[in-house]
Design a protein around this ligand. Structure first.
Ligand code: 13P
Length: 250
């Protein structure tokens, strides 16, 4: 049995004080999150503040980062290494999010190098894949994300833990939700990619998440799909009420 995983991606939202504030709100209602492994991914500037709140309150919510650079250290202005994240008790790190592929030019090869750097420090990579609207309209969604994932996975043999997130670009922040059965089928196809790369045992324990306009109202329908093991939530994770309403359905 795979444990369900709920991740909140705050993206470029919340100042330090706002991040600490919502971390406190989430801590007060920690019991809402007791049935599910929960991770929040604040901007880098708030990782330490959020971690302080969770460790002071002994809150079971874990910390994730939104990106990493693959080099260990050196003259890389503005980048953050896996070792730096590990030092802040980061357990998970999103890589390959479509917003980074689009705005920062991240390629599948970059994502593979980022995953390797994270694995070296015991941080679980959350590898995001997702197709643009034109691919979806041409009904090529599965083929597109299968190739994206296969490229990202090459060279990751020996990984202890990976999380895969299917986030169709046309569903992110748009309110255009993917039909749960469709999302379930694509997530199944992604699990088959993991199986081909690393074998059935590893694929059976790898969690595949869905993300894209997830709200309390539609979360339950995704979770009913056999191959969807959790949710990667953007806007609805920015408010403690909507995030905990999703957690209660998991
Ligand atoms: P929304 O939930 O705002 O659509 O964002 C999804 C996402 O990109 C999570 O990484």
């Amino acid at each position: 049995m795979r444990q369900k995983l709920l991740m909140g991606n705050w993206k470029m939202n919340k100042s330090y004080s706002q991040a600490v504030d919502i971390a406190q709100q989430l801590s007060y209602r920690a019991s809402d999150f007791s049935g599910v492994e929960t991770v929040v991914c604040p901007p880098f500037t708030s990782l330490k503040g959020v971690q302080n709140v969770f460790s002071f309150d002994n809150t079971p919510i874990k910390l994730g980062a939104q990106d990493v650079f693959w080099e260990e250290n050196g003259a890389y202005t503005g980048f953050i290494s896996a070792e730096m994240l590990k030092d802040l008790s980061v357990s998970y790190c999103i890589i390959g999010h479509s917003e980074r592929r689009q705005n920062a030019g991240d390629t599948d090869e970059d994502i593979q190098k980022k995953a390797q750097a994270l694995l070296k420090y015991g941080i679980t990579p959350v590898i995001c894949v997702g197709e643009p609207p034109v691919v979806h309209e041409a009904r090529n969604s599965s083929d597109f994300v299968i190739e994206q994932l296969a490229r990202a996975l090459s060279g990751l043999e020996g990984a202890k833990d990976l999380v895969i997130a299917y986030e169709p670009i046309w569903a992110i922040g748009s309110g255009n939700v993917a039909a749960p059965e469709f999302a379930g089928e694509v997530c199944h196809a992604l699990r088959v990619v993991v199986e081909k790369a690393f074998g059935k045992g590893f694929a059976d324990k790898t969690r595949v998440l869905y993300g894209g306009s997830v709200m309390a109202e539609n979360a339950g329908a995704y979770l009913m799909q056999d191959d969807i093991d959790g949710l990667l939530v953007g806007s609805a994770s920015l408010d403690e009420n909507s995030f905990s309403a999703i957690a209660k359905q998991m």
